[in-house]
Design a protein around this ligand. Structure first.
Ligand SMILES: Cc1ncc(COP(=O)(O)O)c(C=O)c1O
Length: 453
């Protein structure tokens, strides 16, 4: 009885409260139960094969079914399933992972603080940035500036740092000490201007905000190099250089949230490198272990780490599972795969450019107002009238329709309003990209047939 799909779905509805889900709607529609995966494919209990165009939740960078990661977990569990890194203790996998991360991270970063997720990484960022200034006698530097429509996680600090209005509406967020400026979303919010002019104007909001608050009150600016959950929003080329200048000029920490962009997604190891930005703190998770184990961290630049290590006293922050040895062993094996198989270089030189070519081709489709991307990130703007730059009045409805038809056609794509986003495993081949885009084209044709006059 237990193994029939219908019965599992019934138990799920009875006992499982799902994240980011309307439980009533889910119970009415029934849930899809994924029970197996291989390479870039996932399989549900009814036998449907889907290309996982989202790499899970932007995280399965090396693809599914990598035996090395299974072996790493198993042998570490046999050797030492758990010990902590509090109270002058550590474990060999956590040390080895820290070393390899300092090798793959930009040169000015040689330290890491561990946690279990991207959200916890951003909670750590908030406390670490404030502590960094406090231990230099600048305790008034407390405010973190972020952006509307940013996503930095679901914990109280993560959701507050994020700029998702629906999240802020629940639970009285954001917490005090966090300010938001506009996002560099040219297609959606700056289409009346030249993209480069728009990029600079939006960046200058940071300067205006710092001046309004007072430089002595501001600890840091946080941003995803490319916004992922917000809809794969790629800033115009003028944006990041201006942000860099402002952070330096006003002496505030620059935090690049690398939870999605890190570990090869853009064709560089980190998204900040793609934009030639030197971050002071880089929250990481997801691709760090390719999602095989929960693990996150904050990569910490030398100038911050030195202050924390020499002037900080005790940093009263940490998690039971900070540097968990099994998670660390899996992450270590995962980074080794990314490095030894040249996966990041392949994204840059081979599969990334091919993927982007296919994305741009679909820009000609009557339904698509903009087709954009970097590396193995992609987005399509679904438009009611692309020539008149007219969005659908109910963006969520058309996005959901497209997402559902995509599943029928054998692909997982996610929708953010009426923006369809893609982030497949980095190990996808050019042949598989062809297969993916044939299914996307079919899906867009079917959506167009239903929604365009
Ligand atoms: C940029 C960014 N930061 C933080 C998070 C939160 O990570 P987690 O879900 O592991 O807490 C996410 C998750 O999507 C993310 O995209």
């Amino acid at each position: 009885m237990h193994n029939t799909t219908a019965h599992l779905a019934q138990l799920d509805a009875q006992h499982f409260i799902h994240p980011f889900t309307n439980s009533g709607e889910l119970a009415a529609k029934g849930t899809r139960i994924i029970d197996r995966a291989e390479g870039i494919y996932i399989y549900d209990t009814q036998g449907q094969e889907l290309i996982d165009g989202m790499a899970g939740l932007w995280c399965v960078n090396v693809g599914y079914s990598r035996q090395e990661l299974v072996d790493a977990a198993m042998s570490q569990m046999q050797q030492l399933p758990y010990y902590n890194s509090f109270f002058q203790c550590t474990t060999p996998p956590a040390i080895a992972l820290s070393e390899i991360l300092s090798e793959v991270a930009p040169k000015h970063i040689n330290n890491v603080f561990y946690c279990n997720s991207g959200s916890e990484a951003n909670d750590t960022v908030l406390r670490m940035a404030r502590h960094y200034w406090a231990c230099q006698g600048l305790a008034s530097k407390q405010v973190i500036i972020s952006r509307h429509n940013a996503y930095h996680g679901s914990t109280v600090a993560g959701a507050s740092l994020g700029g998702m209005s629906a999240m802020h509406k629940q639970g009285g967020l954001p917490i005090p000490g966090i300010e938001h400026i506009d996002q560099p979303y040219w297609f959606g919010e700056g289409f009346d201007r030249d993209p480069q002019v728009f990029g600079k104007q939006i960046a200058l909001q940071l300067e205006a905000k710092i001046i309004a608050l007072g430089e002595d009150k501001v600890a840091a600016f946080i941003a995803e190099p490319i916004q992922g959950a917000g809809g794969v929003i790629i800033p115009p080329a003028t944006y990041w250089p201006e942000i860099k200048r402002i952070c330096q000029q006003y002496n505030i920490l620059l935090v690049c949230d690398e939870v999605i962009c890190g570990f090869g997604r853009t064709g560089e190891w980190f998204g900040s490198e793609y934009f030639d930005v030197e971050a002071d703190l880089m929250p990481i998770a997801k691709g760090l272990s390719s999602g095989y184990m929960p693990i996150g961290g904050v990569l910490t630049a030398d100038r911050v780490a030195e202050v924390l290590k020499t002037k900080g006293g005790e940093f009263n922050h940490g998690f039971t599972y900070s540097g968990h040895p099994v998670a660390a062993a899996v992450a270590l094996a995962n980074v080794n795969i990314l490095r030894n198989e040249g996966i990041v270089d392949k994204v840059k030189a081979e599969v990334g450019p091919y993927f982007q070519q296919q994305i741009r081709k679909l820009g000609d489709h009557p339904l698509i107002g903009e087709a954009r991307g970097v590396g193995l990130l992609g987005a399509f703007e679904l438009m009611a009238d692309k020539t008149a730059h007219e969005f659908f009045p109910d963006k969520g409805r058309v996005g959901t329709l497209c997402r559902d038809l995509a599943i029928k056609n054998g692909i997982v794509m996610r929708h953010v309003g009426s923006t369809m986003v893609l982030s497949p495993p980095l190990v996808i081949s050019c042949g598989q990209i062809d297969e993916l885009f044939a299914r996307i084209k079919l899906t867009f044709d079917e959506v167009a047939e239903k929604v365009l006059n």
